[in-house]
Design a protein around this ligand. Sequence first.
Ligand SMILES: Cc1cc2nc3c(=O)[nH]c(=O)nc-3n(C[C@H](O)[C@H](O)[C@H](O)COP(=O)(O)O)c2cc1C
Length: 406
Amino acid sequence: MTTRRLPRWHEVKPLLGTENPFTNRRAHALARAANIWDLRALAKRHTPAAVFDYTDGAAGDELALTRAREVFGRLEFEPRVLRDVSNLDTSTEILGAVSALPIVLAPTGFTRMMHHEGEPAVAAVAASSGIPYSLSTLGTTSIEDLARAVPTARRWFQLYLMRDRSPSRELLERAAAGGYDTLILTVDAPVAGLRHRDVRNGLTIPPKLSISTLANMSRYPAWWFNVLTTEPLEFATFRNTEGTVADLMNRVFDPSVTPADVKWAREVWAGKIVVKGVQSVQDAQILADQGVDAIVLSNHGGRQLDKAPVPLEQLPLVKAAVGGNMSLFIDGGVMSGSDVVASVALGADAVLIGRAYLYGLMAGGQAGVQRAVDILQQEIRTTMALLGARSISELNPESVRIRSSN
Ligand SMILES: Cc1cc2nc3c(=O)[nH]c(=O)nc-3n(C[C@H](O)[C@H](O)[C@H](O)COP(=O)(O)O)c2cc1C
């Protein structure tokens, strides 16, 4: 017969690991997130619906985003075996400097709304992971504060051209003085996209205390407590911004931008220039002729023109037309390291990541962003090893194809 006794604490403690499981619930949840989708689920649980939807959502019927992810879902790799992959190198050169991964953290507006740690938390992860970070014109941390908070991060600045050129010029001067080495000029937002989730949620910046938000508060007390006890939630560059993000974009940003303005940026900005939001071979050619350093094939994560082309499908065409003349970056719908590897194999020099790190941020602040980048890094390494690719330069189009059906 079995004789039972109560377990003793010194016997149980080692089984629980070194961390106290009760006080460290969030850290455990992050560690157990196996992929970016798991971080998204955690993010949803910890963030008010309107904020989650602002991040997760896209424009119109959200087809541009859904299709981008669907195409990644049809990727098929053709691995090579019997290659010594014991020494893997995931680093690559991005616009003149080495990056530990072929990844750039994309500019995203209003990051402190997703989590009070905001832009500095994301930039700190970029610094510790050795990859570039981009600060948005619609950031909630100023150019100078971010540079002071994370001086070791490789910093890029993203600009939306404003109707009045002098504040744009001033921002570029401040970014140059703050040690930002690359300008991302976003050109796919002459007007704001029609984001239905934000309309339905009545999302304003900053979020208003209405009856429904008050009701919502009780479900997300930590988020509200953090918002109300940290620096007021506002854009670092724009003050008195009553209304929605779309109202602000339509009021301030310039819909009359042409290639002459890219030339203007070239004159004002001495560093590298990346034009973001290119979606056709013709525009890629125009920008190559202008001598920009890189373009991002991007439909803004589906947040601007719905039913826009899927960047991954445009990539080989654009690569064939202008690939030798400038760097080619891509973004939209990337949710895994294998999406990154496939994009690079099909011709991208780097991949911008938006929501993937924002899900991490909403799930657990800086630790959550770190988890997101760690997940992507591990997936990139594993995919490369299993593909038989020892370095980024060994990734090539022969190793991946897009199936016509799943
Ligand atoms: C919440 C959010 C805010 C964004 N804000 C900006 C912005 O201010 N400027 C910009 O150029 N792109 C912005 N983007 C687009 C991203 O830079 C990037 O193109 C997009 O997120 C890539 O798609 P992914 O989120 O599926 O990775 C934003 C994207 C999201 C999700």
